[in-house]
Design a protein around this ligand. Sequence first.
Ligand code: ACM
Ligand code: ZN
Length: 517
Amino acid sequence: MEKEKRLINRISIIPEPVKISLKEGKFFINTETIILSDSRLIDNAEFLKNLLSPATGFSLAIKDISQKEKERNIITLRIIEDNINLKLEGYILEITLNEVNISALTPTGVFYGIQTLRQLLPPEIESANIKNLKWSMPCLKIEDYPRFKWRGFMLDEARHFFGKEIVKRTLELMAFLKLNVFHWHLTDDQGWRVEIKKYPLLTEIGSKRKGTFSVEARGKMDGIPVSGYYSQEDLKEIIDYAAARHIVIIPEIDVPGHVTAALASYPEFSCTGGSFEVSPRFGIHKEVLCVGKDNVFNFVQNILNELIKIFPSEIIHVGGDEVKKRRWKKCPECQTRMKTEGLESEDDLQTYFTNRIANYLSSRGRRLMGWNEILNENLDNSAICHYWTNNFDKVLEQARNGRNIIMSERTAVYLDYPHELTPLERTYEYDPMPNELEEKYREQIFGLEGLLWSEHVPNVKRLDWQIFPRLIAIAETGWTPKKRKDFNSFQKRLEIYLKRLDFHNINYAKKEEIIKQ
Ligand code: ACM
Ligand code: ZN
């Protein structure tokens, strides 16, 4: 028992796996180790080889799994078809004295097995320079699969633009945490960050602002221009990069509010005609798309057409949060629309807008997702609700009516909030599955997302500092069975995990910095 405890203490994996059985002995990776791979898993085999190479200096041979009989020190990657208990993203990792075996129903499962294997090696495996260490792993068997199918992170690049390399680095870190959804907030009042060929002004004008009225500038205009956007070629490159790490990218085009940058480019789609500038201010803006004008629907649909061509994800996020109704109340065209459609309120006008877009996306084989403000009794059934604040009862009611929901409770998983306000323990203990929700409706809750709004996050150092370590806690909530979660155990494992992040120069928030903050 004592011995088993000691052995268990040497194993430190995040997210905590479903089941670990320890055995005696160790497996050593050395220059002779061979990766034997199913032909469907060649990408995984290459990923593993490239993962091990910088720190070990080994360039491991990859061979077809049919050659197994002849080999001694081997890592096998295989697809199995006969384990019904294993979920689609699950894996079995077995380590004996001579063999490491990762098996799964899908390449994604094998990929996650590799991410776990990585954490059974010393933290120095993350180093970019050759270390002279013995690369051993304890003999064991791990059976593992995720609690939720949606384990996400959202990055807002409208308020500040980070660019391709930082996004790739983020995706890399997400994969390490077995996170599988990258929600990309690409447009807002302060910037439009995605090339749309039919509307070139969206980026020519909409991607540039002259400065920012910010807390950092004591409420004054700082005069520091912010600009940047992704070309469609960039987007394809990043989508491929994410796919290789088993991450789906959900783009978000926020409409009909949060559109000042779009209206600065095309004021004719507003209620008033403009003019507007890309906003240097944060907070909720009054400008919205005019729902009375038919060409506004053409505008949104043409944008979606280009996105659909690039993004393979079934789900497209169209925002819908914090829509001020003042413009619609005064706009003759919006008021005419309400009359002809028999809509009683401006809230109903927003639902009319959302449903038209939802139907359009459905006609193209896609699905709409929006923030919880889109909820309304007449909202199209296909629309997915992204919960962030208020009206939680409505969310429960909608889940009971069959609505699919992603959870991002503002007071728990908003990673831009100060650590003081939302400490690591609060984030860790947040459970996206509402206690009140009856068992039979629980599958309506797809999972959770941590969000990073970037108003006060101007660079990657600050980005790291806000995200980590809280995103690590979110990853464990998304993956680990609730009954296996334990904050004390997490904190111990986190110390080791952070040593791994040190090798990637991640500027995570340290305990002493959080206290001083
Ligand atoms: C939000 O924070 N406005 C979704
Ligand atoms: Zn209008």
